[in-house]
Design a protein around this ligand. Structure first.
Ligand code: SIN
Ligand code: FE2
Length: 220
């Protein structure tokens, strides 16, 4: 046994049985991020120290209940003028923090397991939900093309993820997501509507009174 076998996420990767299909092209990998959790929390601390979480304003003028920041070459931002990806943090003049290697590696491994090999994310949106925070049903469509999947990592308090259809009116399924779960949707599911129900109060042993979601995308 080589030392790097122990270092690899592969070594402790949960087995196939924990992959749950939501739809054609969409899967939840239960517990997939658990072997990497220490590295993810470490990376998260570094990212938020450089680019603090903030509540952005929607084009309609509402302040989002979810607090956000980004790492990677591009960051998702919203303001009165619209949604877009930007290389600089609009709260300063600096580029977003680099994407930690462990983030990128986990996202690529999850995508590959879900049937999307070769995923190289250039954007990681960090979402922090406190009790009551929610994300309304939406499509991820600010990316340049829709060939790459979306990889979404859940940490902290459990949440109910809404996974809908191709149109807003389609009934959404309710998918419980807990600490360590990774949802991946791409291909025929890439433009499905999705959202998050208001977060229930609780206390997570590692993250306290919040849920953190890391959403990886190939945006540019
Ligand atoms: C998102 O759609 O950007 C985030 C989804 C989530 O928090 O699970
Ligand atoms: Fe989204």
């Amino acid at each position: 046994m080589t030392p790097d076998l122990f270092d690899s996420i592969d070594a402790a990767r949960p087995d196939e049985a924990l992959a749950e299909q939501l739809a054609d092209g969409a899967v939840v990998l239960r517990g997939f991020a658990l072997p990497a959790q220490a590295a993810l929390l470490d990376g998260l601390r570094q990212v938020v120290a450089q680019a603090p979480l903030r509540h952005m304003v929607t084009p309609g003028g509402f302040t989002m209940s979810v607090a956000m920041t980004n790492c990677g070459a591009l960051g998702w931002v919203s303001n009165r003028r619209g949604y877009r990806y930007a290389p600089l943090d609009p709260d300063g003049t600096l580029p977003w923090p680099a994407m930690p290697r462990d983030f990128e590696r986990l996202a690529a491994e999850a995508a590959s397991r879900a049937g999307f090999p070769g995923f190289v994310p250039d954007a990681c949106l960090v979402n922090r939900y406190e009790p009551g925070a929610r994300l309304a049903l939406h499509q991820d469509r600010n990316e340049r093309d829709f060939d790459a999947p979306i990889v979404s990592v859940s940490l902290g308090l459990p949440a109910v993820f809404l996974f809908g259809g191709q149109s807003r009116a389609d009934k959404a399924m309710r998918v419980p997501l807990v600490h360590g779960d990774v949802a991946v949707w791409g291909g025929p599911a890439r433009l499905r509507y999705h959202g998050v129900m208001p977060l229930k109060d609780g206390e997570h042993p590692l993250l306290g009174r919040c849920r953190i979601n890391l959403t990886f995308r190939k945006a540019g």
